[in-house]
Design a protein around this ligand. Structure first.
Ligand code: HEM
Length: 103
């Protein structure tokens, strides 16, 4: 559902700002939290806990670290290819990046 091109333009591109370009009603309707935790009687009971923890983790990490593309020996940015493991739970393969304490 999150990759349905009739709902999200260019769905495989990571572009979270797409939601800021929508009007508030459309953004609410297309918020992935509306469906990633399931529906109805079997909806995920941990959804609020999970959502709050992801928000807290990202807020704490980005408050103290700058995360950027690494640079090669010539100083050019390295844009990693996005590869994901397949299986029940998919993980990104290892990639290079720079994580530095914020000044
Ligand atoms: C980002 C994190 C999470 C995602 C994306 C997620 C997603 C889901 C989904 C899609 C379901 C199936 C709903 C259905 O059958 O329609 C589910 C079920 C469930 N989740 Fe989560 N979940 C997350 C985190 C958690 C956490 C943190 C807990 C517990 C602390 C939890 C506990 C459960 C349980 C117990 C069920 C089974 C509910 C039932 O079958 O009645 N989940 N989750």
């Amino acid at each position: 559902m999150a990759r349905d091109p009739t709902i999200y333009t260019d769905p495989k591109t990571f572009r979270p700002e797409r939601f800021m370009e929508m009007d508030p009603e459309e953004a609410e309707l297309k918020d992935p939290r509306q469906f990633v935790f399931g529906f109805g009687r079997r909806v995920c009971p941990g959804r609020n806990f999970a959502d709050a923890n992801v928000w807290l983790a990202i807020a704490c990490i980005t408050a103290v670290f700058d995360i950027r593309k690494s640079r090669d020996a010539d100083g050019a940015e390295i844009t990693p290819e996005a590869y994901f493991s397949s299986g029940f739970v998919s993980h990104p393969h290892a990639f290079v990046c720079d994580i530095l304490p914020r000044p």
